[in-house]
Design a protein around this ligand. Structure first.
Ligand code: ADP
Ligand code: MG
Length: 739
């Protein structure tokens, strides 16, 4: 009798076990069963041979049209040329010396062929592929492993492993399934019956040996539940542990800085800002750490929410930190906090309000003296508010009493870094993470682990919508009008951005490829495939700048902003732009995150098709932050109707960030969304699709929360506990730890 822990060698023999271990890392019966078919071929449905890609390893189902054996010059060698068809297209299959394996390949026979697609004299062919006859009589007569394993009508196709033919895996699975009588089921019986799920062993039979598509669906539904529940239990345990961790409860007094700020702020808070503010106030007044993600469109007013939370922390006698991913953004945050607070943030200055606090800035490029001063104010607590970059994470930075950490634009900031700050004090501070990238809820719940999510859904009143247009580069009239729009806006007293995918000029320009949101914080220009195979290089700031200055935007004050500028220069350019001393900023995606100049009303994105959907949405949030209507012009040489054009058209068609985020996610692999740093979590997501399985994930989350509340250690559910431990391999565990 075997169970899922039985070594494969005890079921399949030494040789096969070694092969499976080497090629696929499968050691136990359980490992093999969890190696799921990637897709299914319908028996008798021939594979479409028109879509084979050279270089790919494929398994195709096809019918033999002709087979011609020729002796070769050397004695006892032969070559068999077989032509197979899917009914419309044909494929050449060539065998050298495979006499025994190929003797039944004659006209009319249907078989599976597995091998690498090659090209020979302009035709695609398979050379010495593995063959599996599908005609049962022949297979039986051959006494070979036979097609009986595929009797079900659906042929499972496993993720390709070069050396192991598909049917060998199928056969091994079959042997294991027939010997296996018992398997520990991690899913509690109550959940199984509540959600009408089959047992684990049944689920494996259904997905490995289905007789219909309904079987596949039923089996998969059950296995998805395992994935979802295990992930959610891990997160629920994290939340539970967090609740057991002591933090200092911070209560705002009735007449502190927060009250003074609320009395002076020149606008009414939106309903969302008020509600989220209340939630945060409640959570930081609890004796365990708040872990909250604040999501909201660019311009939805997250900074004000954060500032109010920070003031609460200061009123309660602590300090609050606002962490930004770049120096530019930190400098900008400092400016906007100072503006918002006015005299309330100027302790030690002449015009300070009574009870005022001080804002300290800590970045890597501070001069020695400024740095010493700032660090002293942070250490002795005279700076209640601290704004900075990752320079704040250095060992030399100590706080008097760190109460709250606010991380802006989380997706550019590593989880590890966030963790450093949390571990800096003996009691972890409360944590608020802000992101403007709209993330579908289930993704947020998975990527951001144990964070609770709040969303600001409305923009402050008085905002004008942004009109977005796709401008075809081939159309000169449109192109002229586009630059004309910038000239008009500037003439009307407004300002503009021109965004390019690259910096340019320097041979060391990394020409970064891929819109990796986790890229090094100050590295910019992370547009999609800037150097993608054979295309012309994308527009670069340093190439575009002189041309615009001399021609299209002659007479306007045009300046460049990008990640290779010295931080001081960057800051100077931003300050001058904010002050209205620069009309047009030609920039890379450094401006994507958080830059707030309400007077900027028009943005041209050059080679817009090189950017991702969410990134474009993020970028255009930089215009239309004031009361004047904003324009976003997506300049591209993509052909109208091409997929690239359609993506841009989608961005132009809606300003609903959540909808665009879903579209973005649907077009990318989920692993990319989860990010390389979180790849540990990917293993746990094999069948689950974060978008399509939203309902399932939400129910699993509810079940997981209830389970963990009732039984944190899962002592009543040993199967689930074991599956959880197995899933949380080291990387995943490390990732969740940091979540
Ligand atoms: P986000 O960080 O979410 O992109 P900000 O907090 O930077 O947005 O806010 C964008 C702009 O809107 C800022 O100039 C801010 O002062 C202003 N603002 C914030 N809340 C309101 C409100 N309730 N009413 C009017 N203006 C607001
Ligand atoms: Mg912001």
């Amino acid at each position: 009798m075997i169970d899922q822990t039985t070594r494969l060698r005890d079921v399949l023999g030494e040789k096969t076990a070694i092969m499976l271990a080497d090629a696929l890392g499968l050691e136990t019966a359980g490992d093999l069963l969890a190696h799921l078919p990637r897709r299914y071929e319908e028996r008798g449905e021939l594979t479409d041979l028109a879509n084979l890609t050279v270089g790919e390893v494929v398994t195709v189902q096809a019918q033999v049209v002709s087979a011609e054996r020729r002796p070769m010059r050397e004695r006892r060698r032969s070559m068999l040329t077989v032509t197979v068809t899917d009914g419309r297209h044909s494929l050449l299959v060539v065998f050298f010396n495979q006499v025994r394996q190929t003797r039944d390949l004659r006209s009319g026979v249907t078989a599976l062929f597995a091998g690498k697609v090659e090209e020979f004299r302009g035709r695609r062919q398979l050379t010495n592929p593995e063959v599996q006859l599908l005609d049962a009589e022949i297979a039986d007569a051959q006494g070979c492993d036979g097609a009986e394993g595929f009797a079900g009508g659906l042929v499972p196709i496993y993720p390709s492993a070069m050396k192991i033919p598909n049917w060998t895996i199928a056969k091994c699975v079959r042997m294991v399934l027939s010997d296996l009588t018992e398997i520990e089921d991690p899913l509690p019986a109550a959940i199984r019956s509540e959600h009408r799920l089959v047992g684990l062993l049944d689920a494996y039979s259904l997905v490995h040996q289905p007789s219909s598509w309904a079987d596949v669906t039923r089996g998969r539904a059950r296995l998805k539940w395992d994935e979802a529940l295990i992930l959610q239990v891990a997160l629920a345990q994290r939340r539970f542990d967090n609740e057991q961790t002591a933090a200092t409860a911070r209560h705002a007094g009735p007449d502190g800085l927060l009250a003074a700020f609320d009395a002076t702020v020149p606008f009414a808070l939106t309903a969302g800002q008020r509600t989220v503010g209340e939630t945060i106030a409640t959570e930081i007044a609890r004796p365990f750490p708040m872990h909250r993600l604040l999501q909201g469109e660019v311009g939805s007013g997250k900074t004000v929410v954060a500032l109010r939370a920070m003031l609460t922390a200061v009123d309660a006698g602590g300090q609050a930190v606002l962490l930004a991913p770049t120096e530019t953004l930190a400098a900008q945050h400092l400016r906007s906090l100072r503006d918002l607070l006015g005299p309330l943030g100027r302790a030690g200055e002449l015009d300070a309000a009574p009870g005022a606090t001080r804002i300290a800035l800590v970045t890597g490029s501070l001069g020695l003296r400024a740095r010493r001063e700032a660090l002293a104010a942070v250490a002795d607590g005279s700076a209640g508010l601290v704004v900075g970059t990752h320079a704040l994470l250095e060992e030399s930075v100590t706080f008097r009493d760190l109460a709250l950490v606010v991380v802006d634009e989380q997706h550019r900031f590593g989880v590890e870094q966030r963790d450093v700050l949390r571990s800096r004090s003996d009691r972890p501070p409360h944590l608020l993470v802000m992101t403007a990238t709209p993330i579908p809820r289930t993704v947020a719940m998975t990527v951001f682990g144990d964070l609770e999510v709040s969303t600001l859904t409305e923009l402050p009143a008085g905002r004008s919508p942004i009109a977005t247009f796709v401008v075809p580069a081939a159309n000169e009239v449109w192109t002229d009008r586009m630059w004309g729009r910038i000239r008009d806006e500037v003439a009307a007293g407004h300002q503009a951005y021109v965004v390019c995918p690259r910096i340019g000029e320097d041979p060391a320009d990394p020409d970064p490829a891929g819109p990796d949101p986790d890229a090094d914080a100050d590295a910019d220009a992370t547009a999609d495939g800037a150097t993608e195979g054979g295309r012309r290089p994308s527009a670069a700031v340093l190439d575009v700048l002189p041309a615009l200055r001399d021609v299209e935007l002659a007479g306007l004050r045009v300046a460049a902003l990008h990640g290779r500028l010295h931080p001081e220069d960057k800051d100077r350019v931003m300050t001058r732009f904010a002050a209205g001393d620069i009309d047009v900023l030609v920039a890379t995606t450094v401006i994507e995150v958080g830059v707030d100049v309400p007077n900027a009303t028009v943005m041209v994105v050059a080679d817009a098709d090189r950017f991702g959907i969410s990134q474009l949405h993020q970028l255009r949030g930089r215009v239309g932050r004031g009361s004047a209507p904003g324009w976003c012009l997506l300049y591209t040489d993509a052909e109208p109707g091409s997929p690239a054009w359609e993506r841009l058209a989608a961005v132009a068609a809606t300003s609903d960030g959540a909808q665009l985020a879903r579209l973005d996610l649907a077009q990318r692999r989920e692993g990319d969304v989860l990010g390389a740093a979180q790849s540990g979590g990917r293993r746990a997501l094999r069948l689950l699709e974060l978008l399509k399985d939203e309902d399932l994930i939400l129910s699993a989350r509810d079940e997981a929360t209830a389970l963990v509340r009732a039984d944190p250690e899962l002592s009543a559910h040993p199967g689930l506990a074991a599956a959880l431990a197995a899933t949380l391999d080291e990387t995943t565990a490390a990732y969740l730890e940091k979540g």
